[in-house]
Write a protein of this length. Structure first.
Length: 170
């Protein structure tokens, strides 16, 4: 017969040994962009690297339909509020098949801003979008555009929030 105390001890060591794997993170920083952020999971893989001619950055979470992150720098007017920037971006989204607007939320991390959620249909799949609008200064807003299958994107919300919270200007 196996000793129950021994089983508990083995289980505890197994959990402790696995913790470093779950807490791995990677910091994104590149000479071609003026920002950095932390990726909380090794499932995020870079698919578009910034260059001197294109500052765009893209990551996927395992597969593109599970989670896609696109980072864009938007020039804005000095008097433009985050809500104004969100409304302008929404006008581009509303033509997606099955588009349903979600609510706008305020957001605070290293940079302050707002979040806009929405849903749409793509290739017969229920998809979702969660965009973080982060104000860098009076004339610049960064948009972290997360899209993916609706349920998968909801399950990644802690990670998307973490990436946006750690986003900072160098």
């Amino acid at each position: 017969m196996v000793n129950p105390g021994k089983i508990v001890l083995i289980a505890a060591f197994t959990v402790l040994a696995a913790l470093p794997v779950f807490s791995q993170s990677d910091v994104f920083s590149d000479a071609n962009v003026d920002y950095s952020f932390t990726l909380p999971d090794t499932g995020w893989k870079m698919t578009v690297k910034p260059s001197s001619t294109s500052p765009n950055v893209e990551y996927v979470y395992n597969e593109r339909h599970q989670g896609l992150l696109e980072i864009r720098k938007l020039p804005v007017g000095n008097t433009a509020s985050i809500s104004d920037v969100i409304r302008e971006e929404e006008t581009k989204l509303q033509f997606r098949p099955g588009y349903v607007a979600g609510k706008e939320e305020s957001f605070t991390g290293n940079l302050k801003g707002g979040i806009f959620n929405y849903e749409f249909i793509q290739a017969g799949r229920n998809m979702g979008g969660r965009f973080y609008f982060l104000r860098a200064n009076d004339s610049t807003v960064y948009v972290l555009r997360f899209t993916g299958e609706r349920d998968k994107l909801k399950s990644l919300r802690n990670q998307t929030d973490s990436i946006a919270r750690t986003f900072r200007i160098k």
